[in-house]
Design a protein around this ligand. Sequence first.
Ligand code: CTP
Length: 401
Amino acid sequence: MSLAQRRILLGVSGGIAAYKSCELVRRLRELAAEVRVVMTEGATQFVSPTTFQALSGQPVRVSLWDEQAEAAMGHIELARWAERILIAPASADIIARLAHGHADDLLATVCLASAAPLYLAPAMNQQMWAHPAVQANVTLLRQRGAHVLGPADGEQACGDVGSGRMLEPHELRNALQSSFGGGVLDGLHVLVSAGPTYEDIDPVRFIGNRSSGRMGFAVAEAAAQAGAEVTLVAGPVSLATPAGVAQRIDVRSAAQMHAAVLDAARQADIYIAAAAVGDYRPNEVSAQKLKKLDGAKLALQLSENPDILTSLSTQPEHPFLVGFAAETHDVADYAQDKLRRKGLDMIAANQVGDGLGFEAADNALQLYWADGAVELPRAAKPELARQLIAQVAVRYRASRR
Ligand code: CTP
């Protein structure tokens, strides 16, 4: 999986996130990609073409009517040259112009004239992104085969909080990288479950846990980067779908996760169970909010949820199974016991607490399989996820030999 000598046309449209695209050019150049930048007039209000010229090492084009540039590499040649077109940031305006097939500036014209796959990294105010006009245009572009990367949720340059932030440069680079394939999971379908589950008690209360979903989301992203087609089954989390993930199924309860995973597992080669599934659910979900019992003790009757991994491992045909075990103590013993008990091919164990594991940015993992083990030392979750995927790929291939 390499970007070396890959020809990337980066379209930059008018938005404050254009400053992040300077970093993106650097990230692409680091992997020896060839990058040519086309800016809209609006984009030049945010970043100067000279900046992109210096970073890409190539002339930057803005106008369709630049005689000198057209004599050198005309817009049709530029369109043919590109193996991928990525527009980052993609403003509401360029999205609208592309959706309606306009050719009123160089960038829109090149997109029309090119057969290269089109990638869009939208960036705009959350209200604009949510507007039905923008959503309709994005849907139209998706239907025509455009790949929409993000946007992410979070704080915006305008002070709003919501969906509309451009993905980070490394995420965009990874999406382009995996679009060329050649990864360790090429051609494989990977199912990942992530996040907590919520077991409702009544319409306002539930039993949940502290899983943020970040480890599972990082694993899904790393699998996609490694060339897999990824299905992500997510419990209730507030995380954007990682770049490159083909399908996301949102669930709430353990029973819903069980059903969604069993269904998706029929197509999967590998299932990585990173979700923290609730072990018990209330026997009854009250249709009305429970009222206080005036001093009397309240007892909740709970029943055990089915184990998703065991449901799969006891089927005659099932994917390669990777479990997680988050433990506060005796990590190795509990993990190896779960590996055997649940009939897994591999288990990733981690200590929770001390700034690691749940709700934390970092994690460390010990991996166990029937006749081996390896330690992945403390690292940020995305990095650790990449190392985990590399190990899973090796063990998966070994199991098929
Ligand atoms: N898991 C599952 N189905 C469940 C519960 C857990 O598939 N109903 C999976 C998790 O996704 C994880 C692994 O099993 O990959 C271990 O989860 P954990 O909660 O640590 O295991 P439990 O069997 O619930 O053991 P414990 O008694 O430690 O809670």
